[in-house]
Write a protein that binds this ligand. Sequence first.
Ligand SMILES: Cc1cc2nc3c(=O)[nH]c(=O)nc-3n(C[C@H](O)[C@H](O)[C@H](O)COP(=O)(O)OP(=O)(O)OC[C@H]3O[C@@H](n4cnc5c(N)ncnc54)[C@H](O)[C@@H]3O)c2cc1C
Length: 646
Amino acid sequence: MMQQPRSVRSAAGAAGASSTAPVMRPVVSSVSAHRSPRAPVVAAASSVSTAPSTGISSGRRSTISTNDRSAAITQRRARRAGPSPLAAAAAAAGSAAADGEIFDAVIVGAGISGLVTGMALDRNHKGVRFLVTEARDRVGGNITSVQDEKYVWEEGPNSFQPNDSMLRAAVDAGVAPQLVFGDPKSPRFVLWGGRLRPTPSGPDILTFDLMSLIGKIRAGLGAIGVLNGSPPAGGEEESVERFIRRNLGAEVFERLIEPFCSGVYAGDPSKLSMKAAFERIWVLEQKGGSLVGGSIKLFRERQADPPPPRDADLPPKPAGQTVGSFAKGLRTLTDAMGAKMGPERLRLNWRLTKVERDPATGVYSLYYDEAAAPPASGGNGNGSGNGNGSGNGAQAAAPPSAVVKQHVVRARSVVSTAPAWALADLVRPSAPAAAGALASFDYPPVGAVTVAYPLSSVRDDRRVAAAAGGALGSLPGFGQLHPRTQGVVTLGTIYSSSLFPGRCPEGEVLLLNYIGGATNRGVATAGDDALVAQVDRDLRSMLIKPDAPPPRKVGVRVWPRAIPQFNVGHGDLLRRAREGLAAEAGWDERSFHLGGNYVSGVALGKCVEYGYRFADQVAEGLKEGRAGGAAAAAGGAREVAAAATR
Ligand SMILES: Cc1cc2nc3c(=O)[nH]c(=O)nc-3n(C[C@H](O)[C@H](O)[C@H](O)COP(=O)(O)OP(=O)(O)OC[C@H]3O[C@@H](n4cnc5c(N)ncnc54)[C@H](O)[C@@H]3O)c2cc1C
């Protein structure tokens, strides 16, 4: 969501960190189409049902302006334009190609994790025959960039840390020329004591006023290993709050890390696990006894064993600490990856409803309901609607789609990038304990509320003073974070129009506000107008003039299950899920791969980095499986031969 305060990223940087549905109701009575995997595979179940599908539904979404309805009109126009060309092409390609064939791998989910895995299989493991399947009518998962005649805005993630994996993905998808980066010199702010204060940016480490002198001294001593106590004995997992208070003191926790946890996870730092959520910082203390000691040790290790040189075709690393996107928003990347997959390898509107594995052959059977592409896709202004859900919870905003076909796909391996709660429903019949573990990951709700104001509504002290003449300029900065103790409900605000060019007309500011999270779950049921009103109230207390005109509501999306929490016990849950799948269902790790953001980490860069590694893992698993299969076959043949000679 939000970007971390620079000081936090400095610590992570020192550690080498690059970034820190229920299942659809059975539709046809012929669920008998869900046959034993040994039975011949159906081309497609014949029944066509008009029963509504529930399942992965849209987050609640609304884009009707309070002041001006032009955005809504644009949206309606976009809706009339119909489903995306990609969805149409995928539908036109039909499903027959998939049915009856045994694929090497089926990737479930076409969010960024699934798409990168597919792209990396294609790029690095030619010959692996795979299919990417997605329940919605569009690719991208949480990535939901929207455009109308006036604005470009994000309703999910807003930017990424430009690590080499992200840049690699942009190059591989062919969209590197469209990359945009924020100005690394722009400040980030934290609200403290009624004022927005810049986070430390390096040179101002002694003078920045977000922390007191005593707080800074405490942090410095803790960082070098004085006053930081010892990690809990017996390997007990520490929460982020406990770890930071112990190592860096109360002020760093309350004024930097607590708002940062809201900004990245919409999480509760007293529950988030330091090890699981911020492993690269956690490991420093393990390595060197303190954060500074660990950084020095890591630096030396890197010098002794430097990482391989950067690929020559990567764009230069952006200078300083910044964030990136694409000129028309993040979906540029996922749309391009989807287009690269092509209709032959991508199935939209395909919801996985059941998985089975034949223990004799090791081949998986995946059962899908195909929904009709919604004719009036919840428009997003650039022709590829998201009406069938870009939210990932049970709240339906778009009219439910009818199931038109059922399919069974057979594959040697399965790569799940569906959210843990969605996978839990799928695996429950075969692996109830694994399902229990998967269902235990917490995904609190988050609202993304984008509003626009005239630039003149921004308080004078937040704007750039012009050099001469006294006229005021733009609103500088990346955005602001609000510690939970400061009496503001909104978690944080991204200055979208300051961060990236071309996001709104001259003379306006476009602000993306995140609200809700682990400590405020009521947003899941709050009305859109109530959310806009709350955000507006909060902004008027610090950024917007109290007597400014009402904001223009540009877009509101509520994600009922937004971001998986890497809470204390996260690693344990993952282990239980994997072990359960292997022990209860026989879906071992070499052929049933668990992925997606609850495995890789929630930052887009992490999903991408993992996606590339994931592809290698899948290819390796296939090789092992084939070798195992061949060995078993050879063993079987030997036994037969031996029996024949007896
Ligand atoms: C509001 C919000 C703000 C965020 N802000 C940022 C940010 O600024 N920067 C950042 O780096 N990260 C941010 N994140 C996190 C980041 O967006 C996610 O971690 C990332 O997009 C997850 O990608 P994914 O592919 O793993 O999962 P998803 O995007 O959830 O994709 C999973 C896909 O699986 C599909 N699926 C589910 N069930 C089935 C089924 N049965 N059959 C077929 N398909 C199925 C879903 O439809 C979905 O498309 C934010 C997240 C949210 C929600």
